[in-house]
Design a protein around this ligand. Sequence first.
Ligand code: NAD
Ligand code: DAU
Length: 342
Amino acid sequence: MRRVLVTGGAGFIGSHFIKHALRVHPDWYIVNLDKLSYAGNPDNLTGLPDPNRHKFVRGDITDHKLVEKLWRDCPAGSGAGFDAVVNFAAETHVDRSILWADDFIKTDVLGAFTLLEAARQFGVNKFVQISTDEVYGSIERGSFSEDSPLNPRNPYSASKAGADRLAYAYFATHNVPVIITRCSNNFGPNQHPEKFMPLFITNAMDDKPLPLYGDGRYVRDWIHVEDHCTAIDFLIARGQLGETYNIAGGNEVENVAIARRICQRLGKPESLIQSVKDRPGHDRRYSLNAGKLAALGWKPQRDFNQSLDATIDWYAANKSWWRKIKGGKFKRYYAQQYGQRL
Ligand code: NAD
Ligand code: DAU
């Protein structure tokens, strides 16, 4: 058995990655370390393909004693340590990082450090640091390649940039076998309704306003979460140690166009779309050149419009999944963020 540590595996992308990995790798045993923050959701882990090869550990990636214990308890086939570590665990929502950045610095930077330090001391065959395209900052024209300078512009992306370069430093200084991925905006089932697409889809279903920041002409490059997961899996097998890889969907769309499509698909009036106060420091456009990954032989498979429709349909068919979240503490965050009741 190959022993793989996945952190943040009860979140959106981490849970999809675990399902994907259990499906395609019958020889993987996955330890899933997740502290179940407001974003971690055990419901995301129902229906795992082979639950006997998945062990859930509730805990914090900044807890070095717990992290060391996970390593010590892990008799990997080839000596001590995990065969692979994939670090998804993070505070991930830009708007929350603007309200209060403390947890971002702790989890995203100190947490990555804690895992890298354990990997250095106790061994790992591959350490994948899940970074983000946001570390490059905004670009009006053209696209960022892996060599572009980093210019994070909000506390979330700055904390992710810290972890990204710390991971590289552990490769350069200590020979920890690190690979860094920088992916564009993910969408799909099980994404927390604080994020743009699920917020707009679920608000529209309830005939609530869709709070579009500023002029709505901000551009994100969207990738279906399952494409992101196959790219990570591909890089675990084929990525070069010490290298950074952009992962992009190649679907650059203005927010307002997505908001309109959501209304159309759900048969709701576009008058639900309401312009609200802009996000401070809002990055205008993200765009990646993903040629380095393409040259290795990986490309996304999913059609954007079909996947968006399927995603809208998933939230329509899984109302209990998101009602549980939106009916809880989320209401308080929503009131603070939008000055409106949900
Ligand atoms: P998410 O917010 O849905 O999930 C994060 C998970 O991490 C949750 O399960 C949470 O409980 C867990 N977590 C938080 N703090 C922790 C801690 N201290 N210890 C252990 N677990 C902790 O996030 P997501 O959207 O699935 O993103 C996953 C990763 O991918 C993040 O590193 C993010 O920066 C990166 N990323 C996300 C996107 C995107 O569009 N969502 C794009 C590129 C990169
Ligand atoms: O680019 C990758 C990043 O994508 C990830 O690293 C982050 O973890 C993830 O949260 C995401 O960040 P964004 O800020 O791009 O995503 P968000 O869903 O918050 O917003 C997408 C766009 O929609 C952005 O231009 C802001 C806008 N928006 C968002 C919300 C929540 C609105 O107009 N209204 C809203 O209510």
